[in-house]
Ligand binder design. Structure first.
Ligand code: PA5
Length: 454
């Protein structure tokens, strides 16, 4: 069972000129085909190692063995930000029990509670550090560069808490996931002889979910990592298909590129009809925004491109955003995430047969209601000429999650080539980082924040 993509509601006929007609799609697919050739040759020359992560047995084994050391721990605290936290959070959100952190130890099957510390919100951080006792917590510090301020700050607090509580044993509850060779965190790990997992050199943060960034927490939480990697590998093969008419990533990239650049549909709204997939929409937002939002093209010419990814939750946001989506500006395309079979079936009891707003629901299921709400919203949008693409999860399981990650990573690579920008860098976030260093008095950056004050 695989993810299924439905492009019917992106075509032109139903959408009063707001869709992408076949004659427009064809040349874009031809360009996507060339982009795919480029992806293939970059893979061959070792420049896109993210594509081969599903077969990296050595790393997989290292993550599994590391996780075995932490069996029985009560808490897992991941300190990392952006690509170093959104992937693991999306996995936890999709595959974990919705009440996981509130369940008893035995109901959690002795798996740890899972927390992420990405932001530097003092109230949130204080609460997390107070709740997670160092002796009962496995701390996973994740930073590819090893210098990110938010993660560096969290690391200091973690090191200090561990040293104070565990004395000479302080390193036992700590695993650092970082570049195998470079960066301050790597240097510190080498000097202090800390336990580490490698974050592959050629894999950028937002493409790193299938490295130890996502695999180690997944093993600790008891998720089916083999199925996730299998799903990713299968999707990769589909997305490498040279027959671009059948290739899901080529189609998605070509359509979304055309919606943005020719139809003024610059808002790409991922609307998940399942709470468990909301984290996936969050992960997608970073991938799409940071990869495609660029000032310069490959020749260094200013182009200022990039669609704006948004997330929404169905049916909740039908009572919040859908008014805007249906009647507001024609500037959006919708990416629906639909689930065919939910892990649970909830039936509405039959009560109050004389109250018509309750009676019709009695005896039916919540599963049917959310399916009906999705179908109705997609149809209503289409009737108001609002295009959409639907990605259907047969079930929310590890295999589908792996497929989803690879689908969007490859779509991003192809879209990057269509926009003619580098999807793997993020120069735009540098200035903010440098100014923060200046404001915080980091050596060598004192001049950078001259004239501005906290
Ligand atoms: O995708 C990216 O490269 C970024 O979002 C990074 O993941 C984020 O800035 C965190 O960086 P690092 O892992 O180096 O601490």
């Amino acid at each position: 069972m695989s993810l299924a993509l439905n492009f019917t509601y992106a075509g032109s006929k139903k959408l009063g000129g707001h869709g992408i007609p076949n004659e427009m799609l064809k040349p874009a697919l031809e360009r996507a085909s060339k982009a795919l050739e480029h992806v293939r040759s970059e893979r061959k020359s070792g420049k896109l190692p993210y594509l081969d992560l599903p077969e990296d047995r050595k790393t997989d084994q290292a993550c599994r063995e590391m996780a075995e050391k932490f069996e029985g721990f009560e808490n897992f605290l991941l300190a990392g930000i952006g690509g170093s936290s959104l992937g693991p959070l999306a996995i936890f959100n999709a595959l974990g029990h919705p009440m996981h952190n509130l369940l008893s130890n035995s109901k959690r099957k002795n798996r740890p509670r899972f927390f992420t510390l990405d932001n530097v919100d003092p109230v949130q951080a204080d609460a997390l550090f107070s709740f997670c006792k160092p002796e009962k917590t496995v701390y996973n510090i994740i930073s590819k560069s090893g210098a990110t301020a938010e993660t560096a700050g969290a690391s200091l607090i973690i090191f200090d808490a561990l040293k104070k509580k565990l004395g000479s044993d302080w390193k036992k509850n700590l695993v650092c996931t970082t570049d195998p060779e470079t960066g301050d965190l790597r240097k510190l790990c080498n000097t202090e002889k800390l336990q580490t997992l490698p974050l592959h050199s050629g894999v950028g943060g937002r493409f790193s979910v299938l490295t130890p960034v996502g695999l180690f927490p997944s093993y600790c939480l008891g998720f089916d990592v083999a199925a996730m990697l299998q799903g990713a590998a299968e999707m990769r093969e589909k997305c490498l298909d040279q027959d671009v008419t059948k290739n899901p990533a080529a189609n998605l990239a070509a359509l979304l590129y055309l919606f943005d650049t020719t139809q003024h549909k610059r808002m790409h709204v991922m609307m998940a009809y399942a709470n468990g997939l909301y984290g996936m929409a969050d992960w997608f937002r970073q991938l799409w925004a940071e990869s495609l939002g660029k000032e310069l093209d490959l020749e260094g010419k200013p182009v200022y491109v990039g669609p704006t990814p948004l997330k929404a939750l169905g049916a909740t946001d039908q009572h919040s955003q859908v008014q805007l989506y249906i009647e507001g500006p024609h500037d959006k395309v919708f990416l629906f995430l639909e689930v065919k079979k939910f892990a649970k079936r909830v039936k509405f009891p039959s009560l109050y047969g004389n109250v018509s707003s309750l009676d019709y629901l009695g005896g039916q299921t919540m599963n049917k209601l959310i399916a009906a709400e999705f179908t109705a919203t997609r149809e209503a949008l289409a009737q108001r000429n609002r295009p959409s693409v639907t990605i259907t999860f047969p079930e929310v399981d590890a295999h589908a999650v792996g497929e989803f990650f690879m689908l969007w990573e490859m779509t991003t690579s192809i879209a990057g080539a269509l926009y003619r920008i580098n999807p793997y860098d993020q120069p735009g976030v540098e200035l903010g980082k440098v100014l923060t260093y200046g404001l915080m008095g980091r050596a060598g950056f004192e001049d950078k924040a001259k004239g501005i004050k906290v």
